[in-house]
Design a protein around this ligand. Structure first.
Ligand SMILES: Cc1cc2nc3c(=O)[nH]c(=O)nc-3n(C[C@H](O)[C@H](O)[C@H](O)COP(=O)(O)O)c2cc1C
Length: 194
């Protein structure tokens, strides 16, 4: 089969079904009114290593900008929390569409901690959390790309070996299409050519 994007109503299912597995940025922000917001975003990747910049892509909702990008635009701060399987049910609960004045931390009963250097909360039990300051907001069609420079990283000692982050201990989850998720414990290795 061949798909002409202009002939289908939306390419969402094909994009989300083929670009897999996607890591999940569980993004925490604080509104100017002081409401702590938390939501998952799987259109997410590393944009740059030097400087360290992360990128996620909120797609506009029916009312335009979602709460997360709106908060980032105002506060210029957010935290990307890494999601593991024990937290996946809570992560999913935080994707509920709540009024801006209601905190997903309370809705999903997620414990929060204060970030060290940016004005946003973080997920207390996340094995890794990246505190970010706004690097840029880019409008691409119906999405607003949020780029954030990493200002501080929290790494739980339980996911380290010899003082370094150990991916075999992290066991982050990835999103597939629809309600499907992947674990990252089905690993294999390959030597990279020079
Ligand atoms: C695992 C997962 C990944 C998601 N990824 C995205 C995404 O990349 N972009 C997006 O616009 N919405 C995504 N969503 C939906 C948002 O989480 C949802 O619209 C949420 O209500 C946004 O919250 P906010 O308005 O507090 O930012 C995802 C939902 C789930 C469960």
């Amino acid at each position: 089969m061949e798909i002409d994007p202009e002939e289908v109503g939306s390419l969402y299912r094909t994009l989300a079904g083929a670009v897999v597995p996607r890591p999940v940025a569980w993004v925490s922000t604080r509104s100017p009114a002081g409401v702590d917001n938390l939501a998952p975003y799987s259109f997410f990747t590393v944009a740059s290593v030097a400087p360290p910049v992360l990128l996620f892509a909120p797609v506009d909702g029916p009312d335009g900008l979602k709460d997360t990008p709106r908060n980032v635009r105002e506060t210029e701060a957010f935290v990307v929390n890494v999601v593991t399987e024990p937290q996946s049910t809570a992560m999913n609960a935080t994707s509920a569409t709540l009024p801006a004045g209601e905190s997903e931390f309370d809705h999903a009963d997620v414990e929060r901690a204060e970030a060290t250097v940016v004005d946003a909360p973080r997920v207390a039990d996340a094995p890794v959390a990246f505190e970010c300051s706004l690097y840029d907001l880019l409008s691409v069609g119906s999405s607003t790309l949020v780029l954030g420079e990493v200002e501080r990283v929290h790494v739980d000692d339980d996911v380290t070996t010899d003082g370094r982050l150990d991916v075999t201990k992290l066991d982050a989850v990835g999103r597939l299409a629809g309600n499907q998720y992947a674990r990252t414990d089905g690993r294999f290795s390959m030597e990279r050519p020079p």
